[in-house]
Design a protein. Structure first.
Length: 408
């Protein structure tokens, strides 16, 4: 259709240089067989989906060519790569060196050192691929939107008959996407169910070691195109079979009820800052190390806190979590120069689209409103209303500068 006054909102455009609209199934549907219910397995049990039961394999997301491109031509630095061998992570000095003349960086990846380590049985762990490899950046954005939880992506490239890490558990859920080769996975039940981010497996090292001697819950071989979902806490170890194995691990950093609890109490404490009884001083001469001395005041503030928690509006908790969610995941990539050029050239016929995954929402603020997003916040005035083309064009210009919308 034609452009409307002050900036027409259109469907999001394809990435620059792309041939057209994004094709293919939703991200989650690429990871779970159609016969399975991901909601039923979510956070409770492993889920194995074979290549034959999935809509497509993962060759469009990653490959051996991508590995060589990243380690030899992109100038990557640590911590975008780790190297593991015999269950331990090697020091970065073993596989980094100077970038050479004109690149005063001492920790760029050294492909010759990496080749020697890989030949010797070391596993290459490419980290943060949701930031460094465009196909995975798009996939992870879409998967995070499908799940409602932030995600990140690593690749594990393991030589034949080698094991990268010994039995352990992760503090986040994972989707394991087998790209090349075969890898044997041994899965065991949790020794500490639903671990939080500050409860790593090393806190239960003895229990993990004991469990690793038991029969596995699952003993499976992943082949190209297979996907394995593991909830956080499940013990696992993997060994490459018969050739080089490459798999992607998409980590899902789940929002938990502990997250809700933290934001609920924070909101209650914020409200109590306006309560004189919560701000009053403790008695003169109090011994704060003596339980009997502080007991009356502990009881008093407990009552205040319980009342404040009961009064918290769920909408206030959602606003706090919304701010955390905007920080936890980035919006779709933004062309810095294209965006600046578009903002400088806005007129009444300018067409724009909402930036993908920008998570824009309008909130009340000081008697007015603010549009919050994964770009910059934009204050909204009464003049930012339909019917005034000049005001609308100014709003579009501000939205472009804030990275909320992009040129259509």
């Amino acid at each position: 259709g034609g452009a409307g006054p002050g900036g027409r909102f259109c469907p999001p455009p394809p990435p620059r240089g792309a041939p057209g609209p994004r094709a293919g199934p939703p991200a989650l549907a690429r990871c779970v067989a159609a016969s399975e219910d991901p909601a039923a397995a979510w956070g409770t049990r492993p889920l194995l989906s074979r290549e034959a039961d999935l809509p497509r394999n993962f060759g469009d997301l990653f490959s051996a060519v991508a590995v060589d491109e990243l380690v030899s031509r992109r100038g990557l630095r640590t911590p975008f790569l780790r190297v593991a061998q015999d269950g331990a992570t090697l020091p970065e000095q073993r596989f980094t060196s100077s970038g050479g003349t004109g690149a005063a960086v001492g920790d760029q990846l050294d492909e010759q050192a990496l080749a020697d380590l890989f030949t010797g049985g070391a596993t290459l762990v490419l980290q943060g691929l949701h930031r460094t490899w465009p196909p995975l950046a798009d996939f992870c954005h879409d998967l995070a939107a499908d799940l409602g939880h932030p995600v990140q992506c690593n690749a594990y490239v393991t030589p034949a008959q080698s094991q990268g890490f010994s039995d352990h558990y992760d503090v986040h859920d994972v989707f394991v996407l087998q790209v090349d080769g075969e890898k044997a996975w041994r899965i065991r039940p949790p020794v500490h169910a639903d671990p939080l981010r500050d409860q790593p497996w090393t806190d239960h090292r003895q229990a993990v070691a004991a469990a690793a001697r038991e029969e596995p819950l699952l003993d499976v071989v992943l082949r190209p195109g297979d996907c394995l979902y593991l909830p956080r806490g499940y013990l696992h170890a993997a060994t490459a079979l018969g050739g080089v194995s490459t798999h992607l691990t998409v980590g899902v950093h789940t929002w938990t009820r502990r997250t809700l609890l933290s934001e609920l109490v924070t909101e209650a404490l914020h409200a109590l800052a306006e309560e004189p009884a919560a701000r009053s001083s403790l008695p003169l001469g109090v011994d704060v190390a003596d339980p009997e001395d502080v007991a009356p005041d502990v009881d008093a503030v407990r009552t205040l806190l319980l009342d404040a928690v009961a009064a918290v509006d769920p909408a206030a908790v959602a606003r706090r979590l919304g701010r955390s969610a905007r920080v936890a995941q980035r919006a779709a990539p933004l062309g810095v120069l294209a965006q600046a050029a578009a903002a400088a050239d806005v007129d009444r016929e300018t067409a724009v689209a909402l930036r993908r995954h920008v998570m824009a929402a309008v909130e009340p603020r000081d008697g007015g409103h603010v549009l919050r997003s994964r770009g910059a916040d934009v204050l909204l005035a009464d003049t930012d209303l339909p019917g005034d083309p000049d005001a609308a064009a100014d709003l579009v210009r501000r939205l472009l500068r804030a990275g909320v919308v992009v040129p259509a």
